[in-house]
Design a protein. Structure first.
Length: 365
């Protein structure tokens, strides 16, 4: 039986991991004949003709105020649409179902300075999260891995029966993208190609990757770090200049051909400070690309399980990261890993998230 489903998202932009999941879910639900209506503050890029989108506007000076105004503004159009299911991709009150692509704010907030804890932004973030994960909430929860689930359960005492762990979700067209000659494309000599992919440079650990490049330079290991993503570059350009790494690091901005770069590079580095899952790790797996990640990455266990690279175990240590990065280029280690994980491209499990979620909705609501 088809349903009327409201999809709630604060903001859509084409290169975010959450946004990719949102769009994949929306398309799968539409293909099954459901009536879908999207409510968002703004939509960057072309809106697919098949998706009905209501833009509520960017009222407010900060993301905090914009989100607060969005939650207020959505009530009337949502009542008018009268959906069977209110499905959110950001934390907010009033959801029947929530797709959790983020970490537990409450757990992270324990470490914040006391002054931060009295701000309206802090209180609102905690309030919205509690409305979804709190012990009295009825919202059903789609989470990415057990580590993430354990964090929310331990902080909010979330009822276990409300939680469902979803499988990975790579776009089925990913394998269709071809390898490219990066050295020729970017006029680079015969150097090792290291990828950094992400649009929140600090949270994803770009500064850590840059410091790693300085270590490789000291060890006379010819390499280039290619940065794919969209964020403020100035502080990182200053760090690069300070370390005299202008020739070793290239910013490519957001790109639609990430798969081609992954299939052609030597190593992905993802030394994130905070990462609920890290879909980029799955994308590297199915691309046959070895990874070096921090233990804060939710999918770091898959790197170990599939022997797909290395994890900086425990609390992040820059020296440890640097050493593992250096050792990654010893002998034929990376080529051995590539040959081991190359068959994963054909594993249906890595492409099953969107169908799994649509099946879950059909069975549960």
């Amino acid at each position: 039986m088809t349903k009327k489903i409201a999809l709630l998202l604060f903001r859509y932009f084409p290169y975010g991991g959450l946004q990719k999941d949102f769009l994949g879910v929306a398309k799968e639900l539409l293909e099954r004949g459901n009536e879908i209506k999207v409510f968002t503050r703004s939509w960057e890029g072309d809106i697919p003709s098949s998706i009905d989108v209501t833009l509520l506007g960017e009222e407010g000076l900060t993301n905090f105020s914009k989100n607060k105004n969005y939650v207020r503004a959505i009530k009337e159009p949502l009542d008018h649409f009268s959906p069977d299911i209110v499905f959110g991709f950001n934390k907010m009150p009033g959801l029947d179902l929530y797709f959790a692509a983020d970490t537990c704010f409450g757990k992270q907030a324990i470490l914040k300075h006391p002054i931060q804890k009295i701000t309206r932004r802090y209180k609102q973030s905690l309030e919205y999260e509690k409305s979804v994960f709190g012990n009295n909430s009825l919202t059903k929860l789609l989470l990415l891995n057990t580590k993430q689930a354990n964090d929310f359960q331990s902080f909010y005492n979330t009822h276990k029966e409300r939680i469902t762990i979803v499988p990975p979700g790579i776009d089925e067209e990913w394998p269709l993208q071809k390898k490219i000659n990066i050295n020729h494309l970017l006029d680079i000599s015969d150097e090792k190609i290291i990828l950094f992919v992400g649009s929140d440079f600090f949270r994803k650990g770009l500064d850590r990757a840059i410091l790693g490049m300085k270590h490789l330079a000291k060890k006379n290991i010819p390499s280039k770090l290619l940065v794919i993503g969209d964020d403020e570059k100035k502080p990182y350009l200053r760090l690069i200049q300070k370390l005299s790494l202008e020739k070793e690091i290239v910013f490519l901005g957001p790109r639609s051909d990430v798969a081609s770069f992954m299939k052609s590079a030597d190593l992905l580095v993802h030394p994130a400070r905070e990462e609920a899952a890290g879909n980029i790790i799955i994308e590297a797996l199915v691309s046959g690309l070895p990874s070096l990640v921090s233990s804060e990455v939710g999918f770091s266990n898959l790197v170990l399980n599939y022997q797909a690279g290395s994890v900086v175990e425990g609390e992040f240590d820059q020296d440890k990261f640097n050493l593992i990065l250096e050792q990654s280029f010893a002998s034929s280690k990376l080529e051995t890993i590539k040959s081991l994980i190359m068959p994963l491209e054909k594993e249906e499990f890595f492409y099953s998230r969107f169908k799994f979620i649509a099946d879950y909705i059909e069975k549960t609501f």
